[in-house]
Design a protein. Structure first.
Length: 148
């Protein structure tokens, strides 16, 4: 009877050892996969681009309302603004995040092949975004039938 108990206990320990080895391998793999999924989901640059409540989305919707502009895609370039070095309290109250400012824009528009539309877009965007015109690039959108 004692031998039988020892054999069953030994089998139970072997199953426990196998189960723990499997867990030691599978848990980190699952954790890495979960982290990768979360980072891809929440840091996807295209998700913000398609969001109508984002700056790009709002600007696209507004520019498409201008006569002759057609479909528009807006791409913004951001520069980090360093915290004010003269403010002594910055180090104490710092959040660790730097502010981002729009420093350049690329506008792809169907109507940009027309020079008057392109000029109107450039002036409008420069005033609305308070950017100098040399920081704004406007290019015509390739249409599906336009193949060279």
């Amino acid at each position: 009877m004692l031998k039988r108990y020892r054999k069953e206990a030994a089998k139970g320990r072997e199953v426990e050892k196998k189960w723990t080895k499997t867990n030691l391998i599978l848990i980190p793999i699952a954790l890495v996969a979960f982290i990768a999924y979360i980072s891809l989901t929440f840091n996807d640059p295209n998700s913000e681009q398609n969001d109508p409540s984002s700056l790009e989305g709002k600007l696209e919707q507004t520019l498409m309302q201008i006569r002759g502009v057609g479909q528009v895609k807006v791409y913004l370039h951001y520069d980090d603004i360093p915290p004010d070095a003269n403010n002594l309290l910055n180090d104490y109250f710092s959040t660790g995040k730097s502010e981002k400012a729009v420093s350049g824009m690329l506008i792809v528009s169907e109507g940009a092949s027309d020079p008057s539309i392109k000029s109107q877009l450039l002036e409008t965007i420069s005033r609305v975004m308070q950017l100098p015109t040399h920081r704004i690039m406007i290019v015509p959108m390739e249409r599906k039938g336009d193949v060279e």
